[in-house]
Design a protein around this ligand. Sequence first.
Ligand SMILES: [Zn+2]
Length: 314
Amino acid sequence: MLQSYTKSVTLRPPLPRNPPALTLARLPLDETGVTAQVVRNERRTWLAALLVAVASAVQVAAGLAFGSVALVANGAHSGAHVAALAVAGAAYRVARANAHNPRLAHGAGRIGDLAAFANAVLLALAAFGLAVESVSRLVTPEVPDYPAALYAAAGGLALNLACMALLRPGAADRRDPSGDINLSAAHLHVAADAAVAALTLAGLFAAWRLGWTWADPVAALVGAGLIAHFAATILRRAGAALLDLRQSPALEAEVALRLEAAGLVAEDVRAWRTGAGRNAVAVRLRAPSHEAPAQVRRALEGLSGVSRISLDLT
Ligand SMILES: [Zn+2]
């Protein structure tokens, strides 16, 4: 009985390779979303992951060799960054592999947004962990091995600055505020880590030279606040993308204006992000004639940042 039931249910109904959607126009933008910019971003993310992995291994090895707990702890912490960068890199790979997957109604652009969201949750947890550790250090101060801890912090700062340079968004993503969220998430993460390393350096130095033992945990607490702020920024941006928030009033206005100029009356125009620099647009016209699809296509030809236009007939 069970067998016949499972047989009759198709969990993955076959979809046609080119679903007969209400797509009116395939405008010049790369339909798959795998642009040269995305390829560049993926390469740089993997390079940063490799750099952090090597640095992390060196720190752990040096820490074990010189008996420095601070260095080992720092190396292990860097290992978590390798995981975060690997998630970002893997998202690019998965998006590329699914660039033509017909099951993804709006293409594979969302995969990077999802990875960014997941990484931001981990970043928020890291901020919480750092805050808890800082407070416990304030309550029960520990005297660290200052030279080793300073070396570790300086190494971390140099590493994160190098990663920041690698992951700096390219010109196209900088121009477009809704650009590659996966890359900006990775960039913001290493920027937060660089700031924490700089604060730690200052705190450790003050504790070592001036005897201000509270300076190191206070610096870490400020760093935790900064990481939490960056995590919230990414959560908001990636969350807005994943929830299909309408974030392009200028694009919607431009579409309405162009339609009006073509003698069409748009009752509703909605634009939402489908990936880096890509938007889907849905248009509902008042009393559409049978020529409406062709008119809409002509009116919206060459509109930048639009990968799909649908005519809403509801
Ligand atoms: Zn980190």
